[in-house]
Design a binder for this molecule. Structure first.
Ligand code: NAD
Length: 352
């Protein structure tokens, strides 16, 4: 069994610790400078205040300043931060990175670098010291996984993806357990594009829930499932288009990282709740306020995609008519446009 250090004690970083301690690993959970209250609560009585549940006593909580102690003898590192914290986490980890250290992240997002969209494991690798960069291949977990369910040991299937097959095999072996099923996936572009974009598309599907309620619909009455399913289908086509644009395998979108994760996020995630507020017509500021500070990766990825699409379009790699759903979601969630789906532009040849 291994010594595993998890950096970031938010919901998903903490939830990942549960299958790891159940496998018998020694698991050290290190909070960021923003996680002080979580670590104090875990130290006082194993209670995670944002997930609102007790975690196994075997997980060892460390405050941010104790990172050097938590990294002593670490054989595997997991980054549990959201995309806003990924550069910070990389800089914290860098002094402790040694050749061949397996690193896995749960963060969902894409980066824009020199006018090109790229995946976050590559960004982490670039942030590591030159002396280890050639031997450390950061990997990422993607697929349908709600933190609170994994922490309650609900059977969960995910992929671990990255650029080095050997690292993926080692990670899958270390992470998997009786209820946490981990499959290596060599298509890091397809998996990471899916993982990042599903947050935005889940918001778009959830607009329909809000629209239905705004029109006077109530739970159990005739719903807007026709509307939502059409948006879902277009979302899958557009994720396949962006995957192809960046050089990944569009078929990856049809598996756990795309279809699987979009489904779970629509049904169980905070992104769905946020999309519902927008569909109800609350506007961006009031909808964000209702989320009470929850991480909203959907807004982060839409901002990155807006710049990224412009850059790819300027080089003639994408036409202005492509990805009509993504563009509409940007208008609603970034510019406060009313929710009006351009269905007539969906499903056409070349519309993504
Ligand atoms: N919650 C889920 O079910 C789930 C499932 C799979 C993947 N994810 C992904 O995991 C990531 C974290 O999600 P979460 O639900 O744990 O969110 P969370 O809000 O509970 O935790 C966010 C974590 O990131 C850290 N962080 C945020 N901003 C930071 C900054 N500027 N500098 C340093 N650290 C910062 C926080 O301290 C915390 O540790 C996201 O990318 C999310 O998409 C979440």
């Amino acid at each position: 069994m291994a010594v595993i250090t998890v950096l970031g004690a938010g919901m998903m970083g903490s939830a990942l610790c549960v299958p790891l301690v159940d496998r018998g690993h020694e698991v050290r959970l290190v909070g960021t400078h923003l996680d002080g209250a979580i670590i104090e609560s875990l130290q006082a009585g194993h209670f995670h205040p944002t997930m609102k549940l007790d975690l196994p006593a075997a997980i060892r909580p460390y405050p941010a300043e104790a990172l050097p102690a938590a990294m002593e003898g670490a054989e595997l590192v997991a980054l549990g931060v959201s995309s806003a914290g990924i550069d910070w986490a990389t800089s914290q980890l860098a002094p402790f990175a040694r050749p061949g250290l397996p690193i896995v992240m749960i963060t969902k997002g894409l980066e824009l670098r020199e006018g090109r969209l790229g995946v976050l494991p590559d960004r982490v690798q670039r942030g590591l010291p030159e002396a280890v960069r050639d031997t450390v291949f950061p990997a990422a977990i993607a697929g349908p996984c709600i933190a609170g369910e994994l922490a309650r040991r609900v059977p969960t299937c995910v992929v671990v993806t990255g650029r080095d097959a050997g690292t993926l095999a080692r990670l899958a072996e270390a992470l998997r357990g009786p209820y946490y099923h981990v499959f290596p996936c060599a298509d890091v572009i397809g998996a990471e594009v899916s993982a990042a974009l599903k947050n935005a598309y889940a918001m778009g599907v959830a607009f329909g829930v809000g629209l239905h309620e705004k029109a006077g619909g109530v739970a159990g009455s005739v719903a807007m499932h026709n509307w939502e399913s059409a948006v879902f289908a277009q979302a899958i086509r557009e994720m396949m288009r962006v995957t192809a644009l960046l050089g990944g395998d569009p078929l990856t979108v049809t598996g756990l990282p795309g279809v699987g994760d979009l489904d779970v996020t629509m049904n169980g995630g905070r992104t769905g709740r946020f999309g519902r507020w927008l569909g109800l017509g609350l506007g961006v500021a009031a909808s964000v306020a209702r989320m009470e500070g929850a991480t909203l990766e959907c807004l982060e990825i839409l901002a990155v995609m807006r710049e990224g699409l412009a850059a790819h379009e300027a080089r003639g790699e994408l036409r202005p008519g492509e990805l009509p759903l993504l563009r509409q979601m940007m208008a609603v969630a970034l510019d406060d446009a009313p929710v009006a789906m351009p269905f007539e532009r969906f499903f056409a040849e070349g519309a993504g």
